[in-house]
Design a protein around this ligand. Structure first.
Ligand code: ADP
Ligand code: ADP
Length: 223
């Protein structure tokens, strides 16, 4: 079964007003376990909206969403939040790490929120930091880390609860090209080692070419 199955997703903003905008007009996309899909879209095409719907951060107006074979379209808020925490990892262009906590704590906290015990959460956080080459930075706060290091910590945080699906919105978009290239390699290694399904939005066609498949979002549809 698919790690992510979107079927006929529609989304309208400002419905019925002069400013109405039909962002998504029937988007269907299926991502298999272990498959890494590049999502390429012109700015404003609805890429962030689509990722938010797939990641249970936003609701569609029509169509269905299934994660790991479970239809989550009609879940209530509490179940959606629990599902999102356990099953989906998110990475943004900016790291959104909590500034008052160090790297290790930033990776431990989502696990505690998901019900993992403190000892196990710390062990997993350290293991993840090792896998991205940052074990020596465990006790550094985000401000003491370089941009590339901050993003690598954000990758660890996204994978902290062992999700089956990773959604990333321009994960290396704020890094210089050389750092972006390296950090993207770290991300791909992490994804491959974990056997995750991933949808990674990028404007960078060279990065897209390193993934399994590219889909383009244009005028509200996958083309
Ligand atoms: P992308 O990530 O591809 O740049 P977005 O999904 O952020 O696109 O936005 C798609 C379109 O929907 C844009 O025209 C944007 O202005 C509009 N939009 C996004 N969020 C909202 C919102 N909450 N209310 C109204 N319009 C929105
Ligand atoms: P970049 O060139 O990527 O922006 P920086 O010059 O910010 O990198 O940092 C270079 C190295 O020094 C990085 O490995 C970073 O983690 C480390 N570093 C920067 N500031 C601090 C700090 N205040 N405390 C500890 N390490 C730091």
């Amino acid at each position: 079964e698919a790690a992510l199955a979107l079927d006929g997703i529609t989304k309208v903003y400002n419905s019925g007003k002069p400013s109405e905008i039909k962002v998504l007009q029937g988007v269907s996309l299926s991502v298999a376990a272990g498959e890494v899909v590049a999502l390429v879209a012109p700015s404003g095409a609805g890429k962030s909206t689509l990722l938010h719907i797939a990641g249970l951060l936003d609701s569609a107006d029509g169509g269905s969403v299934a994660i790991g074979g479970e239809d989550v379209t009609a879940l209530g808020d509490r179940r959606r939040t629990a599902m999102r925490r356990a099953k989906v990892g998110f990475i943004y262009q900016f790291h959104h790490l909590l500034p008052e906590f160090n790297a290790l704590e930033n990776i431990i906290l989502p696990q505690l929120a998901n019900g993992t015990g403190a000892g196990a959460a710390e062990g997993r956080a350290l293991d993840l930091l090792k896998r991205v080459g940052l074990e020596a930075r465990a006790d550094h706060r985000p401000a003491a880390l370089s941009g590339g290091e901050q993003q690598r910590v954000a990758f660890c945080r996204a994978l902290a609860n062992g999700p089956g699906l990773l959604l990333a919105d321009e994960p290396t978009g704020n890094l210089d090209p050389a750092t972006s290239d390296i950090v993207f390699g770290v991300l791909m290694d992490l994804v491959r080692d974990t056997g995750l399904a991933a949808v990674i939005a990028t404007h960078n066609l060279e990065l897209a070419a390193r993934m399994d498949r590219t889909v383009r979002l244009e005028a509200g549809r996958i083309v």
